[in-house]
Every structure is written in structure tokens, then in C-alpha cells.
Design a protein around this ligand. Sequence first.
Ligand SMILES: [Zn+2]
Ligand SMILES: [Zn+2]
Length: 343
Amino acid sequence: MKIETQSCVITGKQQVSVAQQQVEWNGKGTLVRITRGGICGSDLHYYQEGKVGSYEVKMPMILGHEVIGFVVESDDPRLKPEQKVAVNPSKPCGECKYCRREQENQCVSMRFFGSAMYVPHVDGGFTQYKVVDSAQCIPFPQDADESVMVFAEPLAVCIHATHQAGDLTGKHVFISGVGPIGCLIAAAAKARGAASIVCSDISERSLAMAQQMGATDVIHAANGDFTPYLADKGYFDVSFEASGHPSSLQRCLDVTCAKGTLVQVGMGGAIPSFPIMQLIAKEINLVGSFRFTHEFNTAVEWLAQGVVKPLPLFSGAYGWQDIDAALQFAGDKTRAAKVQLTF
Ligand SMILES: [Zn+2]
Ligand SMILES: [Zn+2]
């Protein structure tokens, strides 16, 4: 079966267009009618700079990795036509040593939606029809709010980040940088039983969002008084760096208590001089956090059940024809948090 599909394609810096393409379903996997997608930081990097880190757009690539839709056809009996699904954008090989250890996010040949890491690039989900592995389709209730369910992928990233910190029950948590990811970490930390969640940012608007998403207190990153959090080698058991700025990492090191854990989530460049002595002397556990594994299913569950309510982060929806305008709006951090596309 061959189907025409309209896709949002990037060909280079500031170059996106809508292209008519064809998809073919040959009885294997699941053909999904994509209905909605969220624009993520990496989509914006591809648009604004033509690359994410060192991965440059070298050929036309469909953008997007945060998508939901409904089943058209499937080889999996649990996926009936019309069943609504969140699409897990990761497709690990299932065979490498990391896949065998259930660390699929570290798969050595991961095929992740909308990524220019490999040549040819892996197409994303900003298209009307897409064939995916049936295991990538996570069903959700028909009556769930789609503008909520499309948060499954970024929420999965954030649940994974909290898992990197271990048990959060009764812990004092600090989050530096509360864009959509920092805010969803706050929500996930709350769901996992944190006793207090203090969020910091230079934007008042972001701090207000964090308060709606579960922060118990907020503090301005530039004008706030951090002295209460510096006593006794630091106040917080766990801190999350979610901005990618060197000064933010320094702040996290300052306010994390000795023996505490610091999770690096924000993607940043090199740090000119890393405060190694502080890390050593306070015996801080510094851990990275990248994408997610089984947390995608947890995210779908939590959103469907209302454990996490992400709508304070939702800034507006555009039709797929307006991909250019949607990306420009999403790139304006003074006005937009999470922008969605409908297909
Ligand atoms: Zn994302
Ligand atoms: Zn693998």
C-alpha cells in the first residue's frame, strides 16, 4: 500500500519546506497517521544553525521526534486501526551490548527520529503518515487530550533524568534552568516524592511556569539571594543542570551538599575551567542524562492519568503548512515554551 504524505523537511540553515512524499506499508510494522507533534530544542537548532552540535544537515531530512497519532494498519494485533498511540522516536538495534543490558539509550547504532547523526539522516515524525516498528507505538486512551499526550517524549527525557539521581523520596531538589525540560523535571521530581523543589532561572516568565509545574520555591538566577543554600557545604541533595550554561553548572556545584548528586541534562559546549576541586572535595556524584529507555511508557501513563499536567508549557499550535512560522515562534524564548504542529 502506497500513501501520499505531506512532510516538514529541513534542507539546511533556515531552510524548511513542506514536501509531498510517499510512504509504503508492506505489512510489516505499523502505519501511523501522525496527528500532532511538539517542536523541540534540537529541531530549533537544526533550523537556526543547520546543525545540532557537530551533526550537520547534509541532505533533506524530515524534522521532529515528539509525535503522536493513530494506527492505520499494523502487524501487531494489539494495535487495532484507530487506536491512538504515542510514537517512541528511538529505535535501538536490540543486539549491541547496551541493548542487551537494557540500556537502549546508549545503543551503538540507535536510529532516532529527526537526527542528522548518521548519513543518510534518520527522518523524523513531522509528516502525516509514517511506518514505524510496532514496538515504537505506545497506546493511550482515545479520550486523552492530544495536546497533553504529545509531551510524552520530553517527559520521558525528564523522568530518565530523575532516575539518574536515584530515589528522590524526601529529597531536597534544585533545578537550574527551567525551560520546558527543567519544568518537566520539576513535575517528575514532584511525582517521585521530592520534599522540596527549588527552581532557578534568569527569566521571570520561566520561573512562573516552574511554579505551575511543581516548584515549591523559585529564585532568580542573577538577583536572587543564594546564601541560605550555601551553608554547610550546600543545601540540596540533588541538583539538575538544565540550561547548558557553565555558570549554571557552577551554581549547581555550589548549592549541592557534600555527597550529593548533580545530574547534567542541559546540552552545552565546553566549560572553560571546570571546578574539579569542588567536585572532589564535596565528593559530588556528577552524572549525565541522555534521552530515555522504558521511561517513555511511564511518561505516556503519567500524562494519560494526569500525574503530570504539562499544559502550562503549551504555547500554541500551528498547522504543518506553517512550519516556518511555528519554528520562528518556538525560537522566541520570550514568548514561547512548547509549540505544537498539527497534521
Ligand atoms: Zn524532544
Ligand atoms: Zn543496540
